[in-house]
Design a protein around this ligand. Sequence first.
Ligand SMILES: Cc1cc2nc3c(=O)[nH]c(=O)nc-3n(C[C@H](O)[C@H](O)[C@H](O)COP(=O)(O)OP(=O)(O)OC[C@H]3O[C@@H](n4cnc5c(N)ncnc54)[C@H](O)[C@@H]3O)c2cc1C
Length: 287
Amino acid sequence: MFDKVEAFYRPGNIREALRLLQSGKGRARVVAGGTDVAVEADRSIRFLIDITLAGLNYIHRKGNSCAIGATTTMAEMEGSPVIRGLAGGILAQAASTCGSVQIRNMATLGGNLAHGSPAADMATPLLALDAEVVLANRRGRHTAPLDALYSGLRKTLLDQALLVEVVIPIPPRGARWSFQKLGRTAVDISLVNVAAGLQLDSKDRIKWARIALGAVAPTPIRAVNAEKLLLGRTLDEALLEEVCDEVARAVTPITDVRASAEYRRTMSRVLVKRALEACVPQTGCTL
Ligand SMILES: Cc1cc2nc3c(=O)[nH]c(=O)nc-3n(C[C@H](O)[C@H](O)[C@H](O)COP(=O)(O)OP(=O)(O)OC[C@H]3O[C@@H](n4cnc5c(N)ncnc54)[C@H](O)[C@@H]3O)c2cc1C
């Protein structure tokens, strides 16, 4: 599958990886776990740059944020006490749904985001968590909101750049979270996925809300208008219907081999409803 590849490099740091990437003149490809690169088997690739020894495998809690290095694997996030303790464990949960055990032992966070798939299971909870990405190129590093990484279907702004790290601000105190995924089988990619977070005040009114969806638009999206509908109100059946109607308007799914656009739209409603219900404490709720 890589019969045209002339060289395989394993740089020990980011600077060397970037130098190799630039010297490849568009024919070099970064590889981390290789679970997407191997499937694509792009025959234009001449140089593979394996970044798994470049020092990007870590999970740090620092100050008011949590930083995850780009080559941290799904299995490592799934098992990390820091990630399991963050935002109700939705990131660990999302990581645990990414393919089989074998895939999760190889697949990395950076690869999941850099591949640019709208169905990437880590992108949805990270959007809901207001995550930022740290990118590096030959001129230096810069930080951008995760949604700015995506420029269209399977398109990212990672031209001759590396995704180095994902930074997650510690979410509002007391917020409750849910991640919902629908796939054809337990190890398949998402037909639809949803991440939601709600923070309630002492009277059970919603004071902060996040809803993100994957596999229902060219890029993972935040349902910002649906979030606004929730603010200052108490979650009941009428509000849920209103929010789900807004979500159904916001999504632009396609029909493909896995599901029809209409099914995806319907399941967006169902998963958002489940996620929001799961974010409301059992005692004192109106549902
Ligand atoms: C059988 C199977 C099941 C799968 N199931 C799921 C699933 O359930 N959910 C899901 O979300 N995904 C799934 N995937 C897709 C894949 O496993 C994930 O997207 C994975 O996280 C990709 O990471 P990787 O390290 O293997 O990426 P790679 O294949 O190494 O790279 C993917 C792309 O990202 C680029 N890249 C990688 N790292 C960086 C970086 N740090 N900076 C810049 N560019 C980079 C590469 O050049 C390449 O273009 C599945 C794949 C397979 C084969």
